[in-house]
Design a binder for this molecule. Structure first.
Ligand SMILES: [Fe+2]
Length: 434
């Protein structure tokens, strides 16, 4: 009896804690919504197609810039990818300086070195050529240079006082949509803890979506980054902070990913598919800029930090489980999305929302399976689950407006399922090998 009473008390305490957490999280979500709709967020000028880089350079030149700082990484530089921009700048007699020191998950040291070189070379504008890490590093360099401050001083929300140094982006992957967003992530050099800077001044002036640059992306990275786009769009669509505007961009991105990601994955040289995926990534970025993300990203960020899983793949691993838990609260929204994006098959439109939502979830799961994304998370430890669940819950409570708030136990349940699937996959791989 005493044990029963203790359990009842514990459940009651947990419920009270969860209720308190819910109230705080929902209030924060409302404040974020108000802030995101009051503060205007600029949209970058978008150039699309094989001449997009030339058009981006023309804009930069027409705006009076004469000395460009190019931010990229060593691999892209070695592959000669920046030539698409530098050849054009050469032809127009515009000087430039290349910094290729950006690493995946760039640290403050990487950003500070870029800033030092840009100031030393007296550059008046910045062109980022790369994936999310390169663009985030370039955003921080541009903001620090424009505000004459250290990158660390920009961590937090609305820390800048002045505009960034003019920033232009050439994304080389169709994933993060970072060229459209108002945030940048920098890692601590020692702890590798990620710090976020959010400011509308960080949004680049222009972006060039060039399918020829993107066609070199390997199939597994095309798959991982493509599911990142899908996750941005789905989380923005399901967000309680979604609007008519964010819905437009989220639905467009979902429709494109469902159709073009399998094509880009199977044939990297399919320029139409590459271009559409590039636009989808950009649209996904615009959608989550205002509507926010959700538990898929909150948990995936932790899987990335704990077990070094690439961001897109971590999303692909978590997405099916979060769709399942959101299914009840989001069935109406998911059914509306399925109808709007043509994911409802003939004769299905008359079905109820539950069935249509299930159909959409199944199609998303099938897409992830067709892309052969490995669900294995090496080194996953049950003893980490408390901390992971706590950090994921905090990320959601601090930043997102999700359709269903989960308790720590529910997040741990998802982690347990991921571990089970991962262990099963490892076992079957071992059996095949022996
Ligand atoms: Fe993402």
């Amino acid at each position: 009896m005493k044990t029963q009473n203790s359990i009842t008390k514990l459940v009651k305490n947990n419920s009270l804690q969860h209720a308190g957490y819910l109230a705080v999280a929902k209030t924060r979500a409302k404040v974020l919504k108000a802030v995101s709709y009051v503060i205007p967020i600029r949209r970058p000028m978008l150039f699309v197609g094989e001449t997009a880089c030339d058009e981006l350079c023309d804009m930069l030149i027409n705006e009076g810039n004469t000395n460009v700082f190019i931010v990229t990484d060593a691999v892209l530089n070695k592959l000669g990818i920046p030539a698409k921009v530098t050849d054009y700048l050469d032809a127009k007699n515009i000087s430039y300086h290349i910094y290729d020191g950006v690493t995946p998950d760039p640290t403050f040291k990487v950003v500070e070195e870029g800033l030092r070189q840009s100031i030393e070379a007296n550059c008046d504008s910045i062109v980022a050529i790369g994936g999310g890490s390169v663009i985030d590093a370039a955003k921080m360099i541009a903001m620090s240079q424009g505000n004459k401050c250290k990158p660390k001083q920009l961590i937090g929300i609305l820390k800048a006082r002045k505009p960034a140094t003019p920033l232009y982006c050439v994304p080389t992957t169709a994933g993060t949509g970072s060229e459209a967003t108002l945030g940048a992530v920098v890692s601590d050099d020692k702890t590798h803890q990620k710090a976020l800077s959010i400011d509308p001044r960080m949004v680049p002036l222009a972006a060039a979506i060039d399918p020829v640059i993107m066609k070199g992306m390997p199939a597994h990275i095309t798959a991982d980054t493509g599911i990142d786009v899908l996750t941005h769009a789905l989380e923005a669509w399901m967000s309680a902070n979604a609007s008519v505007e964010t819905d437009y961009y989220a639905a467009s991105a979902v429709k494109s990913v469902m159709h073009y990601l399998p094509l880009a994955y199977k044939d990297g040289g399919n320029l139409k598919a590459r271009e559409e995926m590039g636009i989808a990534a950009h649209y996904g970025g615009i959608a989550f800029n205002k509507a926010g993300l959700g538990y898929v990203h909150a948990i995936a960020h932790q899987l990335g930090a704990y077990y070094s899983i690439p961001h897109g793949r971590a999303n692909a691993i978590v997405l099916p489980y979060v769709l399942d838990v959101n299914r009840k609260a989001s069935k109406k929204r998911l059914a509306a999305l399925a109808k709007r994006t043509g994911m409802v098959q003939d004769g299905q439109a008359a079905n109820g929302d539950s069935e249509i939502a299930d159909h959409l979830i199944t199609q998303v799961k099938n897409l992830i399976a067709d892309l052969n994304i490995d669900p294995t998370v090496n080194g996953m430890q049950t003893s980490d689950f408390n901390d992971i669940a706590k950090a994921a819950a905090k990320e959601v409570s601090d930043t997102y407006a999700v359709p269903t708030y989960l308790s720590a136990a529910e997040i741990k349940e998802i982690l347990t399922k991921i571990k089970q699937a991962s262990d099963e996959r490892a076992d079957s791989n071992n059996e095949t090998a022996s």
